[in-house]
Ligand binder design. Structure first.
Ligand code: AR6
Length: 175
């Protein structure tokens, strides 16, 4: 598996699957979620509403992942995952790691060979970027997934890009 970093907008990535940093409602929000629904069009929201009506009446639990169409995005699927809100009272790293593992498991089920991830939980959900980068990269590196060949982290700004670069290339001080 090849892991690469891109600075830019995840909605423009030509990959099999784009991962969305969603919330449990699956009905949209700000950040990456807002951008994906805006650019992907109403088919994504329609598919999310169906998932709420069928499998996830109480919402998608934190740490889990589920796929829908990618609508008008240049991808085949959107994999929605729900990151944990950052907490100083409690270590929620395992839930954040689960987002990456579960997204890759869903990608594997779909037969997606290329997957683009955002820095899940590192925006509105308040996760410190260095920590988010360490958990994201470590989890993907140690994931037992078989068919995903290309994992691309798409980072919005220079700070996020640098944090991921430091972890990927093993430099100290990414925290
Ligand atoms: N492409 C790539 N990265 C982006 C983009 C984009 N278009 N837009 C933002 N980022 P966030 P979260 C970065 O807030 O922290 C929503 O309301 C952003 O700079 O999107 O998991 C959901 O509905 C940050 O580094 O996700 C949830 O309620 C990273 O993506 C909640 O926000 C993640 O920021 C989820 O919060």
């Amino acid at each position: 598996m090849r892991i690469s970093l891109v600075q830019g907008d995840i909605t423009l990535q030509e990959v099999d699957a784009v991962v969305n940093a969603a919330n449990s409602s699956l009905l949209g929000g700000g950040g990456v979620d807002g951008a994906i629904h805006r650019r992907g069009g109403p088919a994504i929201l329609a598919a999310c509403r169906e998932l709420r009506a069928s499998r996830y009446g109480r919402g998608l639990p934190t740490g889990q992942a589920v796929a829908t169409t990618a609508g008008e995005l240049p991808a085949r699927w959107v994999i929605h995952t729900v990151g944990p809100v950052h907490s100083t009272a409690e270590d929620r790293s395992e839930l954040l790691a689960s987002c990456f593992r579960e997204s890759l498991r869903v990608a594997d089920e779909l037969g997606a060979a290329s997957v683009a991830f955002p820095a899940v939980s590192a925006g509105i959900f308040g996760w410190p970027i260095g920590d988010a980068a360490r958990i994201a990269i470590t989890t993907v590196r140690t994931s037992p997934t078989t068919r995903v060949e290309d994992v691309r982290f798409v980072l919005f700004g220079q700070e996020a890009y640098t944090a991921f670069e430091q972890v990927l290339h093993g430099e100290a001080g990414a925290g």
